[in-house]
Design a binder for this molecule. Structure first.
Ligand code: FES
Ligand SMILES: [Fe+2]
Length: 437
């Protein structure tokens, strides 16, 4: 018997594409992304080198992470003068603190003398009496970044009686006022802290678009972190995001969740802004494996919010899930093309915590999200393994489920090409994706 395999296979639409890895110069050329620029019904996924190439990663670090607002932590962690967090954006360490008037400030974590890293990543306070001291030669700064002392350089800290030895009159053209810490733009929305490394950034509001209005009734600025977990993920951060944005995978990756979260309950929830959004209405109830009940819902919500789960991906690397009684956040920090450090935070509004059974509810939510997240990360790591194989040159997007991926990948492409564009959204607040059953 002869095999007729060769006759059933038609041509590979990707065969004519350049071999991988592509030349790095092509990463900033529009032509490279032609197939992802097509309307979603016709589009192919972003070039696979975007997930595996060190050169793409280096460019993306500058063009995406060093030139826009990136969520880096929880605003509540910097709640008083001198409190701080030390975060990393685009491979750079940044101190976020509040000055003595309570205003948020952020600085590159670099001494202005010989560049020593000032604070450790574990620091929660800038230092005694709100002073940031360099561990090398003790140059000292306040929480506005002002340089206060440069010992033995221009007069400060000279031991009494030794003025002649430490004569500083030869230190010419030096004014410590010129040696303040290097500023970084910082802002908050809801419970998020954002920084922007660009020298003259557009306001955060431009990037968020209509999200603050969509979430207004949730009063997100009042929610408090309850649990945190860190995951070391062997995958590109975009794969983590793309998995979050679609529920095509639900029946196969999350059998427990799929019992209660029907395809037909999913809607697009996407206005203008650098984000992708979907929602489930009604919000799913618990299963035997756990679920989203367990805390009482917030009282300020309108009818639609009170019965919905909101799932948004804040460009470039943050997942935000808000349900009527809790929120779940994933802050993703890319460290290599194939590695991402993910911090998961479970939050609740103080109102939802008043119930005596609240602690148990938080515990159950934490376990449930950990289960769901591990299922997601396991599959995402398998995608990374596959996408590193140069035989794969791209795939076809499923128009029905993968519109958010298309929107996200085109935001990444815009940034790689230096196009300044905030995507428009749907006209309706919620857009049904399946016809009524
Ligand atoms: S490098 Fe910081 S004081 Fe010298
Ligand atoms: Fe998932």
């Amino acid at each position: 018997m002869t095999s007729d395999l060769s006759t059933v296979r038609t041509g590979d639409p990707y065969a004519a594409l350049p071999q991988r890895p592509m030349h790095p110069a092509s990463f900033t050329e529009e032509e490279t992304y032609r197939r992802t620029r097509l309307p979603v019904e016709l589009a192919s996924t972003l070039i696979p080198d975007a997930y595996s190439s060190p050169e793409f990663f280096a460019l993306e670090r500058e063009k995406v992470f060093a030139s826009g607002w990136v969520a880096v932590g929880m605003a509540g962690d910097v709640d008083r003068p001198g409190a701080c967090v030390v975060v990393e954006v685009a491979g750079r360490s940044v101190i976020v603190t509040r000055n003595r008037h309570g205003a948020l400030r952020a600085f590159h974590n670099v001494c202005r003398h010989r560049a020593t890293k000032l604070l450790d990543s574990t620091a929660r306070d800038v230092g005694h009496r709100g002073r940031i001291r360099c561990p090398y030669h003790n140059w000292t700064y306040d929480t506005d970044g002002t340089c206060l002392g440069t010992p033995l350089f221009e007069g400060s800290d000279v031991p009494a009686g030794q003025e002649a030895i430490f004569d500083t009159s030869v230190a010419k053209d030096f004014d410590r006022a010129d040696y303040g810490l290097l500023d970084v733009a910082v802002d908050t929305w809801g419970f998020f802290l954002f920084v922007n490394l660009a020298p003259d950034p557009a306001p955060l509001a431009t990037q968020l678009g209509d999200l603050p209005a969509r979430f207004a009734d949730y009063r997100l600025d009042q929610w408090v972190p309850q649990r945190r977990r860190t995951y070391d993920v062997a995958a590109n951060y975009k794969l983590v995001g793309e998995n979050f944005m679609e529920y095509y995978h639900l029946p196969w990756v999350h059998p427990e969740l799929n019992q209660v979260s029907k395809f037909s309950d999913h809607y697009r929830w996407q206005g203008p802004g650098m984000y992708t959004g979907m929602c489930t209405t009604p919000v799913s109830r618990n299963t035997e494996a756990g679920g989203w009940d367990g805390l009482s819902p917030l009282s300020s919500l309108g009818e639609q919010d009170a019965d919905s789960g909101r799932f948004t991906w804040l460009f470039p690397s943050t997942a935000l899930v808000v349900l009527p009684n809790h929120a779940f956040v994933l802050l993703n920090r890319p460290v290599a093309p194939n590695r991402t450090v993910e911090t998961a935070v479970l939050l609740a509004h103080p109102e939802s915590l008043e119930d005596p059974a609240a602690e148990q509810g938080v515990e159950q939510l934490d376990k449930f999200w950990d289960l769901v997240n591990r299922q997601d990360l396991e599959i995402v790591e398998r995608v990374q393994e596959g996408i590193e194989n140069p035989a794969y040159r791209g795939g076809r997007m499923c128009f029905r489920f993968e519109e958010p991926l298309h929107r996200f990948q085109n935001m990444v492409i815009d940034k790689m090409l230096g196009v300044d564009r905030v995507p428009a959204g749907d006209e309706d607040t919620m857009t049904r994706m399946f016809p009524d059953p």
